[in-house]
Write a protein that binds this ligand. Structure first.
Ligand SMILES: [Zn+2]
Length: 185
């Protein structure tokens, strides 16, 4: 089971200098985690610094944001999430493809790559050959990684694209549970 929350934290809010508020993904993650049931005890999951793992139940958490949109994922196994607005980034796609040898031609594949790098704990270093074991073509919904060590779920929305990667544990594709809006600030 993977829990996935996607919501807008900005809602047109402006700060004292009339700048659009930039949501803090980490704050959103902690707020949701604290409100969720935790096998380690009452009071929800307790998340320290990245990689986000509950100190009490051991569940894995991941967060991504683009503009005002935030996505948070929770799973028992290593998990990564990425959310992007629909746009072409040909230079970035080409660079990632050159570094890893994995085909990157569109934003859907880009979100798969980002989610997988996060799940593998490699989000903060330059990726290299073999770091993105993905099948040649992405598909909507679940698909396995080429090495079968991961499941990747992609939702190619008209404006927002969300991918989640989770360790397969040699099991079938997990159920993805879309959750409602989290508790407000
Ligand atoms: Zn927990």
């Amino acid at each position: 089971m993977i829990d996935l929350w996607v919501w807008s934290a900005g809602a047109g809010g402006r700060d004292d200098f009339s700048r659009p508020r930039s949501p803090s993904g980490r704050a959103g993650l902690r707020r949701i985690a604290a409100a969720e049931p935790c096998a380690g005890g009452s009071g929800g999951c307790v998340i320290a610094a990245a990689p986000y793992r509950c100190e009490r139940c051991g569940d894995r958490w991941s967060v991504s944001h683009t503009g005002a949109m935030i996505a948070v994922a929770r799973a028992a196994l290593p998990v990564g999430v990425d959310i992007e607005t629909r746009r072409e980034r040909p230079a970035a796609f080409a660079l990632l493809q050159r570094l890893t040898g994995t085909r990157v031609r569109d934003i859907e594949r880009w979100t798969q790559c980002e989610a997988l790098l996060k799940a593998r704990g490699q989000a903060h270093r330059r990726p290299g050959p073999g770091d993105l074991p993905l099948l040649p073509e992405w598909v909507p919904g679940w698909q396995p990684s080429s090495d079968r060590a991961w499941w990747v779920h992609t939702d190619p929305g008209a404006e927002l694209i969300v991918s989640v990667a989770v360790a397969s544990g040699a099991g079938p594709a997990p159920r993805l549970r879309l959750r409602g809006m989290p508790v407000p600030d």
